[in-house]
Design a binder for this molecule. Structure first.
Ligand SMILES: NC(=O)c1ccc[n+]([C@@H]2O[C@H](COP(=O)([O-])OP(=O)(O)OC[C@H]3O[C@@H](n4cnc5c(N)ncnc54)[C@H](OP(=O)(O)O)[C@@H]3O)[C@@H](O)[C@H]2O)c1
Length: 270
């Protein structure tokens, strides 16, 4: 099967490299295009068989599936450029969660379209990739797409109306976790003589171990809290403050991300 990748930025590059590195797709079956051609023109030095395309039309003419890896407000331009050249049964995969199927479907009647929300954790094969499909994507198309995306980690399907919260919980989450633990390590530094690098290492190992413990033992957050925050102990003092003050911050965080998502959807109107 031949696959197109339009947009060779952070995500397009990651998809291309993962497909090749994991031998999921042969470079000779990949067709890549990017607005700034200079960014892709030397890729044949690394992948001699890769098809490097001068424009987006050339990246879709022969392909059975195309990944659109551009910013949401750039998608409408791409769709208008490829609309006449794309094969009737080509499966279009958009990487953006905020651009709705009803917007994407303006490319043409009965087109198979899916949305895929990747996560930066794909770099270590630990991504939880979200997918959702429009009504024209059949069981076979879904299975093929899922099979391809499993080279990044796990794949989870959600309905379109849940892609927002789904993205917050997977794609955005590494950023949220990074922001929270930056506050924790910065604050810890003010109360200790332990060097910053050592603080970071201790917290990261604990974070990794906590995730592993929860996943491997099937342990709930409540069980974990009860195991560590014993009654009258030191941890309990900390967990009480978190339970009291953090919900307000998280509520505001989700309100803001939802608001931003609506603005992006509006901006991407075709
Ligand atoms: N980054 C993430 O972690 C992440 C996670 C989930 C979803 N996403 C979604 O994935 C999509 C891509 O994000 P990104 O982070 O990869 O963006 P990016 O790094 O800005 O890359 C976008 C690429 O698209 C190219 N481009 C723009 N207009 C084009 C056109 N008309 N034809 C061909 N190529 C075009 C740009 O080319 P130039 O070289 O000319 O700029 C650039 O290389 C976005 O919709 C984003 O919301 C990203």
């Amino acid at each position: 099967m031949k696959i197109g990748i339009i947009g060779y930025g952070s995500m397009g590059k990651m998809i291309l490299e993962k497909f090749i590195e994991t031998k999921t797709v042969d470079p000779s079956d990949l067709f890549v295009s990017n607005r700034t051609y200079a960014k892709i023109m030397d890729l044949n030095k690394i992948h001699p068989q890769l098809n490097i395309c001068r424009n987006n039309s050339d990246a879709v003419k022969e392909v059975d599936m195309v990944f659109i890896c551009v910013k949401p407000w750039e998608i409408k331009i791409v769709l208008s450029e490829i609309g006449n050249d794309i094969k009737d049964n080509c499966h279009i995969v958009s990487l953006n969660g905020s651009v709705l199927f009803k917007q994407l479907e303006q490319i043409g009647k009965n087109k198979k379209i899916s949305k895929m929300i990747p996560s930066v954790m794909a770099e270590v094969n630990k991504s939880v990739t979200l997918i959702c499909h429009n009504t024209y994507v059949n069981y076979n198309d879904k299975t093929i797409l899922k099979g391809l995306l499993e080279c990044f980690g796990t794949v989870t399907e959600v309905p379109e109306m849940e892609i927002g919260m789904g993205s917050e919980l997977t794609s955005c989450m590494p950023g949220f976790i990074g922001a929270i633990f930056k506050v924790i390590t910065d604050e810890a530094e003010r109360h200790t003589t332990i060097p910053k690098e050592q603080i970071t290492q201790m917290v990261l190992e604990t974070l990794y171990g906590t995730g592993t413990l929860l996943l491997e033992k099937g342990m709930s957050f409540d069980t974990l809290i009860n195991r560590v925050a014993t009654r009258g102990g030191i941890t309990e003092e900390g967990t009480k403050i978190i339970a009291e003050k953090l919900p307000e911050i998280i509520k505001e965080m989700f309100e803001k991300t939802r608001e931003k998502r609506s603005i992006i959807t509006e901006k991407a109107q075709l």
